[in-house]
Design a protein around this ligand. Structure first.
Ligand SMILES: Nc1nc2c(ncn2[C@@H]2O[C@H](COP(=O)(O)OP(=O)(O)OP(=O)(O)O)[C@@H](O)[C@H]2O)c(=O)[nH]1
Ligand SMILES: [Mg+2]
Length: 329
């Protein structure tokens, strides 16, 4: 257990209906492949059985590892589960899974939670390796803020390719959000400078900055992000700032390695785990939260701006491990 007060989880806000229903549907859809990965073999293993035996537990353990929860976390979950199962206890699969959800929720509530949003306008700097989903996540975060009635501005600070600027501009058009941009090859820090100025003049609530991601040239990337950070520090008075790392969940355990490397270059406040819908390795969310102690802010569950859900430990555990058709309360 952590004793650091700042890491103590805030109590989860109950979601009002029908928000809860929409959230639950998207989360379930996003975790479908991972859920199947875990329970296909488990279901096969328990079929025809009445007792919890070693074989069932072992299948479960292997499946959790296969879903990239991380070996340590998987073993810990199994140990906790074993602690609650009496030898030759009559098997109640539902109960077993409910217990699994509870144990997982306990583990996930013991990781750093996102800082609550303050009153000040917010700048979100999106960073990450090539192709992880930064630009799409910028559009998704914009949509989330728009839904909350906030004034949003996007900044195209990935000036590396003209196509990158066009991609963000297109999202801006579709969402009805202005995009601050310069020509391709321009200075990303200058774009951020312009965006802060524009944001202040327009009383923007949320400025979302898209950046380029090239890890094959770490020096360049580091220099570019450092320069953007300097502009934010110098010109960003009155703005709350956060750096959000976008990670591609489909790369499984490599995503954890990628995140670790990135946190060496930049101070990261939280993670958006994109493309969790496209992988059976969605357990990597748990590995990132636990091994790197980075708060997971959102999960990307599709390619549309609406396909972003908050990471809520209890609900995540229930969607990942709970019996089908049971929604978390
Ligand atoms: N299924 C799925 N696809 C996603 C998700 N997020 C992004 N994508 C897709 O992943 C691809 C790359 O997304 P981008 O947003 O362009 O990634 P990026 O990090 O901005 O890429 P670069 O600018 O080239 O570094 C696109 O085809 C997106 O539609 C997601 O949550 N689910
Ligand atoms: Mg991009």
């Amino acid at each position: 257990m952590t004793t650091d007060k700042t890491l103590e989880p805030a109590p989860e806000r109950a979601l009002p209906e029908p928000e809860r229903r929409g959230f639950w549907k998207k989360l379930r859809r996003g975790l479908r492949m991972t859920h199947t990965e875990i329970f296909d073999r488990f279901d096969a293993a328990v079929s025809g059985k009445t007792m919890v035996d070693e074989e069932v537990i072992e299948y479960l353990e292997e499946s959790l590892i296969a879903a990239d929860l991380g070996v340590e976390t998987s073993l810990e979950l199994i140990e906790r589960l074993r602690g609650g199962v009496r030898p030759s206890e009559a098997l109640d699969v539902l109960r077993l899974r409910e217990r699994l959800v509870d144990e997982m929720a306990v583990l996930l509530l013991d990781v750093p939670q996102p800082r609550p949003r303050g009153e000040a306008p917010l700048v979100t700097l999106l960073v990450g390796v090539n192709g992880t989903g930064k630009t799409t996540s910028a559009a998704k975060l914009a949509r989330l803020s728009l839904d909350r009635g906030e004034r949003v501005l996007l900044a195209a600070a990935d000036t590396f390719r003209a196509a990158a600027i066009e991609q963000l501009a297109l999202w801006g058009e579709r969402l009805g959000v202005d995009v601050i941009r310069q020509q391709a090859g321009g200075d990303p820090a200058a774009v951020v400078f312009d965006a802060l100025k524009a944001g202040r003049a327009r009383k923007t609530d949320h400025l979302i900055v898209d950046t380029a991601g090239r890890l094959h040239n770490k020096e360049h990337l580091m220099a570019e992000l450092a320069k953007i950070k300097r502009v934010l520090d110098r010109e960003g008075e009155g703005w709350e700032q956060r750096t959000v790392l976008v990670i591609d969940a489909t790369t499984g355990q490599n995503a954890v390695i990628q995140a670790r490397e990135f946190t060496r270059i930049v101070d990261v406040d939280g993670v958006v785990l994109a493309k969790i819908d496209g992988t059976a390795k969605g357990g990597v969310a748990v590995a990132i939260a636990r091994d790197l102690r980075l708060p997971i802010l959102h999960l990307g569950v599709g390619e549309s701006p609406g396909d972003l859900v908050d990471f809520r430990p209890r609900e995540f555990a229930a969607a990942l491990l709970g019996p089908p058709g049971v929604a978390a309360g």
